[in-house]
Write a new protein. Structure first.
Length: 276
């Protein structure tokens, strides 16, 4: 059974990038965005989907990134998960706004979910907004003014979110839920792909789901790390409705058919999930 009350994603407007129209006005959202280049069929598809699968391009073949994203999206995925690491906040260095813009220039119209594992945060928000990001999420430890950073993200017309490491409590979210569109729980320690799911994340998901439901706000609950066919049902039953999967999707052979087989299995597991 799918969860009701999902919202739909904006994409930021750098150079007339696409976005999906939200089902309701979000307080604090900018009016700077332009008209969407997505088809009405694509918009309707997002309205109908309650569970979103977000392949993490950190596990893709970077030499063929545009092709990899095209194959994953046409195989049934919903959102591009874009991991940004600075070798400061986390011990790894990945990709930046130019790659995000490159995906848009390549023709990617699906929402791009930019996960900032950087410190400081505010300096780079505008760069990703102009590059075509849809979601921008960050870790509260990386910003001295969480409320201000959320407002900055939304001023560009993007959806804003907070990311919580495995040992980070959810306290930061309680006082800014009116500005939060997505809560992302890390189910591995950030920095590298291919890690195993941390089981205690399930209890944290239940806590976050309870907080979201009691708030009355339309907030996505995303999980990132060690998510695959074998455990996606259990993760959904704990409260998640958005699932980042990297190596679980981008595995050998690197073909659209293989990606579709994996995503179809995930959808099948989600269809069997019992949602309270």
């Amino acid at each position: 059974m799918a969860r009701a009350g999902a919202f739909v994603v904006f994409a930021c407007v750098g150079a007339s990038q696409a976005f999906v129209v939200p089902t309701a006005t979000v307080s604090g959202a900018s009016t700077r965005h332009t008209s969407s280049s997505l088809t009405m069929a694509a918009e309707n598809a997002y309205h109908k989907k309650d569970f979103w699968i977000a392949p993490s391009i950190l596990s893709a073949d970077m030499a063929k990134l545009g092709e990899e994203v095209d194959n994953a999206m046409s195989a049934g995925a919903d959102i591009v998960h874009f991991d940004v690491m600075d070798n400061h906040y986390v011990p790894n260095l990945t990709i930046g706004p130019l790659v995000c813009k490159g995906l848009r220039d390549h023709g990617v119209t699906n929402p791009i979910d930019v996960h900032l594992m950087v410190s400081p945060v505010d300096r780079i928000v505008g760069d990703f907004a102009e590059a075509g990001a849809s979601f921008i999420t960050f870790h509260p430890e990386a910003s001295p003014h969480v409320d201000r950073t959320l407002g900055l993200i939304k001023s560009y017309g993007c959806k804003a979110g907070l990311v919580f490491n495995p040992a980070t409590p959810l306290d930061h979210a309680k006082y800014v839920l009116d500005k939060v569109d997505i809560i992302l729980l890390m189910s591995v320690n950030p920095g590298f792909g291919g890690q195993s799911f941390i089981p205690s994340t399930l209890d944290k998901l239940r806590e976050a789901r309870k907080m979201i439901d009691e708030s009355g706000y339309d907030i996505r609950l995303e999980v990132d790390g060690g998510c695959g066919v074998a455990n996606i049902k259990e993760i959904a039953e704990a409260g998640a409705d958005m699932f980042v999967a990297g190596s679980a999707i981008f595995n050998n052979p690197r073909t659209k058919e293989n990606y579709k087989e994996t995503i179809d299995k995930m959808r099948s597991e989600l269809a069997d999930a019992t949602i309270a």
